[in-house]
Write a protein that binds this ligand. Structure first.
Ligand SMILES: NC(=O)c1ccc[n+]([C@@H]2O[C@H](COP(=O)([O-])OP(=O)(O)OC[C@H]3O[C@@H](n4cnc5c(N)ncnc54)[C@H](O)[C@@H]3O)[C@@H](O)[C@H]2O)c1
Length: 437
């Protein structure tokens, strides 16, 4: 394929070398003449394992040219990969100056080209940038329509500096965010041979998931480092601890706990986080990340409260009360806290949870509910029909399929549902609002 690559930094230079190695004809474009000179001389513009030899060999192959001429590069290629920098601005926002200027240049270059051209944004971009900002610039400058005369898509880059050629050849996956089939198929032709899944998604999801991946990596590093600081103070070997933590591939290094839903609660996570941060305080160890988790969880719970209050409903039914489906444990259940807050605002609340039987609640579980919802006996109804009768809004806090099926038969407009646990919403036949979806 004939490919033009804009921006010859770490991402662009490695892509240029690897694509040329794989037999493609590649045009490298940069505004930095020093980088163009280096490549012209067969030298790498970035220090990276394997790049000295690779650039030398692809330069000798005759498959690489370099230029600062945007129009000629677009004219002489079928597909353009945009790899310019998107650094931080002083206020923390993404400085998109380079990509915005380049989009205008690319738009003018497309205007002069009769064949359809594919533009692949590979720079990390704030979600919405391609569809809301870059496509409008390209369309304005080219006076052509995206999806008809040219195609724009987003393909996040996952290489890591230091091992970027190896990462290019073995990425975790290839993600392509696109609106039409054509750019996806062009990219499948370029990257479909790589030993990983090729996944198509929306442009916005592809933009967001790149941020999400980097945030997750930063979070993992910080988690290990905060744990190590506390370990040191407690005279525990942090390497031993973290290596044991990583041995659990069911709950720790796994998709478990990574599905958006309601606030966490129960008898373990809140109390152990509290104890951890207390331990840290007493040893003069600062753990800002771990120490911020309970506050974030509180804010997540507050969203549910705010949504119920904003709905204007004064009679509310709650389906589910325990901290998760399938248990009768009410300790630190976010639904109990929500119920407490709603009652505090004078909401008439009725509650149903098939797993919670007041007469069977014992010990700490009983003490928790007595302290937080002392009049729970007046709220709990024996069945779903009685619980939802007369309610304007129903908070669904259980994923029990039998309960949801029965609920579907008991609700009717103008009743509304606030789903806090992400249940299949189509079954209800009344408007369903989510917590964040
Ligand atoms: N470095 C990484 O490991 C990595 C990994 C994944 C994603 N990314 C993302 O990829 C993008 C590029 O990162 P990088 O580290 O390669 O950046 P970089 O700063 O090393 O290189 C960017 C290049 O773009 C050039 N440039 C600027 N304006 C241009 C224009 N109008 N036309 C042509 N070239 C232009 C610059 O001169 C520079 O050579 C960023 O959005 C970054 O967040 C980087």
């Amino acid at each position: 394929m004939r490919i033009s690559i804009f921006g010859l930094g770490y991402v662009g230079a490695v892509s240029l070398a690897c694509l040329a190695r794989d037999g493609h004809q590649v045009i490298g474009v940069d505004i930095d003449r020093a980088k163009l000179e280096l490549l012209r001389d067969g030298k790498t513009p970035v220090v990276e394992e394997g790049m000295v030899e690779l650039v030398k060999s692809v330069a000798a192959s005759g498959r690489v040219t370099v230029t600062d001429d945007v129009a000629a590069s677009v004219r002489d290629s079928e597909i353009s990969l945009v790899c310019v920098g998107t650094p931080s601005a002083p206020n923390g926002s993404q400085d998109q100056g380079a990509v915005l200027r380049l989009a205008a240049d690319l738009g003018r270059a497309i205007a002069a080209k009769p064949e359809p051209h594919v533009i692949v944004f590979r720079s990390t971009l704030a979600p919405g940038t391609v569809e809301d900002v870059l496509v409008p610039i390209l369309e304005k400058e080219s006076r052509r329509r995206e999806g008809v005369h040219f195609h724009a898509c987003f393909q996040p880059e996952f290489l890591r500096e230091g091992s970027s050629i190896r990462d290019y050849d073995k990425p975790p996956f290839t993600i392509v965010g696109a609106r039409g089939d054509y750019p996806v198929e062009r990219l499948r032709a370029l990257f479909g041979h790589l030993p990983c899944e090729f996944i198509r998604t929306s442009i916005r999801a592809a933009e967001m998931m790149k941020y999400c991946c980097n945030n997750f990596h930063a979070l993992k590093i910080t988690f290990a480092n905060e744990t190590a600081r506390l370990c040191e103070a407690l005279k525990v070997d942090p390497f031993e601890v973290m290596s044991l933590v990583c041995r659990d591939t069911q709950l720790n290094i796994s998709p478990a706990y990574l599905k958006p839903g309601f606030a966490f609660g129960g008898s373990c996570l809140p109390k152990d986080l509290r104890a951890t941060t207390y331990l840290a305080r007493t040893h003069d160890v600062e753990l800002p990340m771990l120490g911020g988790i309970l506050e974030s969880n509180r804010q997540h719970l507050a969203r549910a409260f705010d949504k119920v209050m904003a709905s204007g409903a004064r009679r509310v039914a709650m389906i589910g009360l325990s901290f998760k489906t399938g248990t009768d444990d009410l300790r630190e259940s976010p639904l109990v806290v929500l119920a407490e807050q709603l009652i505090g605002k004078g909401i008439a609340l009725s509650v149903y949870d098939p797993d919670v039987s007041l007469s069977r609640l014992l010990g700490a579980n009983r003490r928790f509910i007595d302290a937080h919802l002392p009049h729970i006996g007046d709220l709990i109804r024996p069945g779903i029909a009685e619980t939802v009768a007369g309610a304007e809004m129903i908070v669904v806090g259980t994923a029990n399929p039998a309960v949801l099926a029965e609920l579907a038969g008991a609700v009717a407009p103008p009743q509304r549902i606030l789903d806090v646990v992400r249940v299949p919403a189509q079954q209800f036949g009344v408007p369903v609002e989510g917590l964040c979806w």
